[in-house]
Design a protein around this ligand. Structure first.
Ligand SMILES: [Zn+2]
Length: 276
């Protein structure tokens, strides 16, 4: 794969990406809609998923640049909505299945102003396989959790957020081992759910700094097709992991869960003040 280095390389990538109609370099929330909308409108005619579109149409360098641009836009939006404050959160997209290649945010960056040089490319062992940046970026410590999920067929993007409501509820319901979400119309935003008469059990996993062991546990559970890992999970006092077939779906799943977390949290707060 061609290495992206220096202004000339970026200009070349920009020209190639523009030829595909991918112009998502702006880091404003509005660009998420623009970028994902472009991908969606292109894929609907010929491809069922963004991954299929990117694999079939774009060269490896195009796919990496387009994925980076889309993740930049996601970072700007999620930071603006309070889900990725400070240097928290990390986002990834599968840019190739064979060989497996995952583009993921580099460690320790403010997500409000990501650029194409703020990512690393990893293989399925978590090894950096290409200098997508200038060689100084390091993958997030949580990258192995992304890889554990993204190696599964049908998962093309993994997003991780640290919202106040996810952090609060993941602790409040830790003893139960899961947050039960039921009866809400917005549940229909999760893939495959067609009615509000649904009960979604989002598992809460104890937080740890031993990410390697947690990734191994998740890998075993994915290989056993554990149904609890259909959409994502909560890490206690930490945040939300959610995924989807492509970036658009993963982003929507985050948005749905974050909305439901806030509704559940606000409902709990208001219950005590409800007039009798
Ligand atoms: Zn985290």
């Amino acid at each position: 794969m061609q290495t992206l280095r220096g202004p000339a390389g970026l200009q070349s990538v920009s020209q190639e990406a523009s030829s595909l109609g991918v112009r998502c370099r702006m880091i404003a929330a509005r660009s998420v809609v623009l970028c994902l909308g472009m991908h969606n409108s292109r894929k609907e005619s010929r491809f069922s998923t963004e991954e299929q579109y990117m694999t079939a149409v774009a060269s490896p360098i195009d796919r990496s640049a387009a994925a980076a641009d889309a993740l930049c836009a996601v970072g700007a939006e999620f930071h603006g909505r309070g889900w990725s404050l400070g240097t928290s959160s990390n986002y990834s997209v599968v840019t190739s299945r064979a060989p497996f290649q995952l583009l993921i945010t580099a460690s320790g960056l403010d997500k409000s102003g990501l650029t194409r040089s703020d990512f690393v490319m990893l293989d399925e062992q978590g090894q950096q396989i290409d200098a997508f940046d200038d060689g100084t970026n390091k993958p997030s410590a949580e990258a192995m959790l992304h890889i554990a999920a993204a190696r599964r067929p049908g998962i093309g993007a993994v997003l991780h957020t640290h919202s106040a409501w996810a952090t609060t509820l993941s602790d409040l319901y830790a003893a139960e081992g899961a947050l039960l979400i039921e009866g809400y119309e917005m549940l229909k935003g999760l893939r495959g759910i067609t009615t509000h008469e649904h009960s979604e059990r989002l598992e809460i996993i104890e937080n740890t700094q031993d990410i390697g062991t947690l990734a191994q546990t998740l890998t075993r559970r994915f290989e056993a097709n554990d149904p609890a890992l259909k959409y994502g999970f909560l890490l206690q006092k930490h945040g939300l992991y959610a995924w989807g077939r492509d970036l658009a779906e993963a982003r929507r799943h985050i948005e749905i869960f974050e909305f439901l977390f806030e509704v559940i949290g606000r409902t709990l707060l208001l219950k005590g003040s409800k007039p009798r």
